[in-house]
Design a protein around this ligand. Structure first.
Ligand SMILES: [Zn+2]
Length: 356
């Protein structure tokens, strides 16, 4: 039976409308692509004025600089991860801190992750470190020789905890110099927080004889038993940078710390009966500040050298490159990630007490 002419004419219209709807429903790859893939693929920073955008766990950074792989009082670790990038104020602080650390009798800093060249979410390892204002420092002192690139990949992490006990610092490893190092980090006015394992916080609460007010900046958190984490405040005038709430007054050696020594933070969340499988969730560009699209799309500097920090101690001319140079193939990055013992054991994230 022939279709009524009215309907015949309508079909191409419907088809066209259908096509248009399909086009609308399927956003371009970049829109629903995980932002960690987009930021993780960038090997160099955005050539723009230095500025963090967004918050520590949801943002990016323009104009990041790299800390040299080696300085008089530091060595950067795990070079293949390409996370030696930060806001110039963060990098300058690390240089200053490394020199102050030596004055305390610490041989020098082993630097862990700072941020990716343009910050943003990472394929592995952290929820924060996205705006170039966070840096991880190993609790292992710098060895007395310059580590090779391979040694920097392989040197194992050393926990400061006695794993045979519940949440207890290992007194065979933890020293008064470790304590002074953490408290020195907390002492800089631009430092907002220093994250350590709750056992380490407790140790400091029990033993620290210096300024107790500074202890408030030292925040207990999961993991952080083989490294500590320094977070600086939003730089002055950085309008796009979203600060974190101020730390509560006091030394933090109170009920908020005692909570970590209860079962609650370590209990597995009970699955609800009608729980549907949770969809994997990730940040997309739509979740990040608009400026991060510009940061992502912006041109790169000509070379890493051009954007490597040249402070008092920078020695970028002798920079150590991870074998394979700047463009490490993705497969070898994944191999490093797969072996990443830096990741804390999978622990439940408590609802009442977020990362603060
Ligand atoms: Zn960290």
């Amino acid at each position: 039976m022939p279709l009524p002419s009215k309907l015949t004419r309508l079909i191409p219209c419907l088809m066209a409308a259908g096509l248009a709807l399909t086009a609308l429903a399927a956003p371009s790859a970049a829109e629903d692509q995980p932002a960690k893939e987009l930021f993780g693929a960038k090997r160099l920073p955005a050539k723009m004025a230095a500025s963090p955008y967004g918050s520590y766990a949801k943002g990016c950074i323009a104009g990041a600089v790299a800390i040299p792989t080696d300085g008089p009082a530091w060595q950067a670790m795990r070079l293949s991860r390409n996370r030696r990038w930060g806001h110039p104020q963060m990098i300058a602080l690390l240089e200053e801190f490394s020199q102050d650390a030596q004055k305390l009798g610490w041989p020098g800093l082993l630097l862990g992750d700072i941020s990716q060249p343009r910050g943003g979410p990472m394929l592995s390892g952290h929820a924060s470190h996205q705006v170039g204002l966070d840096a991880d420092i190993w609790f292992t002192p710098m060895p007395d020789h310059r580590l090779s690139a391979q040694e920097r990949e392989k040197l194992p992490f050393t926990s400061m905890l006695d794993k045979s006990k519940f949440l207890t610092v290992d007194s065979r490893r933890w020293t008064a110099t470790h304590a002074r190092l953490v408290m020195k980090a907390a002492s800089y006015p631009q430092v907002d927080r220093v994250f350590v394992n709750p056992a380490i916080k407790k140790k400091l609460c029990d033993t620290w004889q210096g300024d107790r007010a500074l202890l408030g900046k030292v925040r207990p958190i999961y993991g952080h038993d083989e490294h500590f984490h320094i977070r600086i405040k939003c730089p002055e005038g950085a309008a796009g940078c979203k600060p974190q709430a101020r730390v509560p007054a006091g030394d933090g050696c109170d009920a908020s710390l005692a909570w970590w020594f209860t079962k609650e933070p370590w209990a597995k969340p009970k699955p609800k009966k009608d729980d549907k499988p949770v969809k994997p969730w990730y940040l997309t560009m739509a979740n990040l500040p608009k400026a991060c699209g510009t940061v992502l799309a912006s041109a790169s500097p000509a070379s890493e050298q051009e954007v490597t920090y040249q402070g008092n101690g920078g020695v970028s001319s002798t920079a150590l490159a991870f074998s394979g140079g700047g463009d490490t193939p993705a497969s070898s990055i994944e191999a490093v990630i797969a072996n990443d013992t830096a990741l804390p054991a999978i622990v439940p994230i408590p609802i009442p007490r977020p990362f603060q």
